[in-house]
Write a protein that binds this ligand. Sequence first.
Ligand SMILES: NC(=O)c1ccc[n+]([C@@H]2O[C@H](COP(=O)([O-])OP(=O)(O)OC[C@H]3O[C@@H](n4cnc5c(N)ncnc54)[C@H](O)[C@@H]3O)[C@@H](O)[C@H]2O)c1
Length: 255
Amino acid sequence: MNLNLQNKTAIIVGGAQGIGRAIADAFIAEEAQVAIIDREAEITGFLGEVRQADVADFEAIKKAADDLASQFRQIDHVIFSVGIGSGKTGFPFWNVAPQDWMQVLQVNLIGAVHTAQAFAPYMQQGDSHGRSLLFITSVAGQVGSQTDPPYSASKAGLINFMQCVARDLAADGIRSNALAPGMVKTSLNRSVWKASQVTESYQDWADEKIKRIAPLGQWQDPEEYGAMAVYLASPQAKNITGQTINIDGGQVMHS
Ligand SMILES: NC(=O)c1ccc[n+]([C@@H]2O[C@H](COP(=O)([O-])OP(=O)(O)OC[C@H]3O[C@@H](n4cnc5c(N)ncnc54)[C@H](O)[C@@H]3O)[C@@H](O)[C@H]2O)c1
C-alpha cells in the first residue's frame, strides 16, 4: 500500500530507542524526512536530523522545534513517544510518595504539552490539511494500573490531552490520535521488572506476565507501532482523529 508519505516530514520525540525508534524507521521506509528529538544525543545507525532536548524543559523543546521548522520546509507529523516510570512499585499506591509523582507527570504529560505547544504553530502554517500528531500512551492509562500509579495517571492524562488537541486542530485539518502499547520488551519494560524486585529473571517474569494479562499471550514488537504510526499519518486515515488505538494482544477491549 502506498501511504503517500514521500517527502513529508516526521518528528519523533523520544525516538532514540525502543518504540520511538521503530516509528522513526517506519517513516524512513516510507521515504519521509525524519528528525529525532531525545535526551540522548547518540543514536546508533540513524542518519537523519537529531536534536538533543529534555521534554520536561519547554525552552529546550521550543528551540528544537524552531530549529527543525527552519531546516525543514514544513512540519507534517509529530509523534511523542517519550515515557518514563517512577522506578517504584506502586502497590499499594502509598508506596510511591507524592514527590515521586512529579517527574513522571512532568515528562510523560507536561512533556507532551510542551511538544504540542512548540510544534502546533508550525503545523498550522501553509496547507495544514492532512498533518497529524500521535501520542504514545499505554493500556495503563485506561485501567488504573496498580503497577505504577503516577505512570498510569500520566498516560490517562495524555489520552485526554490528545482529545483536546484533536478538537482544537480539527478546523485546520490536523488530526491527533494516541497509540496504546501493552507489553513490549524495551528498556522501559525492563525497568518495571527491576522496580518490582522479584527474584525471577526478567525473561521468566515477562513470560509469566504476558500469558496472564494478554488474551493473545504474546509480546508486542516495536515494529507493530511503526506500522500503525505511518498508517495513522497517511491520507488513508484521514477521518481518524481523537482516537486511542490499542496494540496490546487484547489486554484492554473497549467498544
Ligand atoms: N515498553 C512497553 O511495554 C510499553 C507499554 C506501554 C506503553 N509504552 C510507552 O511507549 C513509549 C515508548 O516507550 P519504550 O518502551 O520504547 O521506552 P524506551 O525507554 O525504550 O524509550 C523511551 C525514549 O524516550 C527517551 N526519553 C526519556 N525521557 C526523556 C526526556 N525527559 N526527554 C527526552 N527524551 C526522553 C529515552 O531516551 C528513549 O529514547 C512510552 O511512552 C511508553 O510509556 C511502552
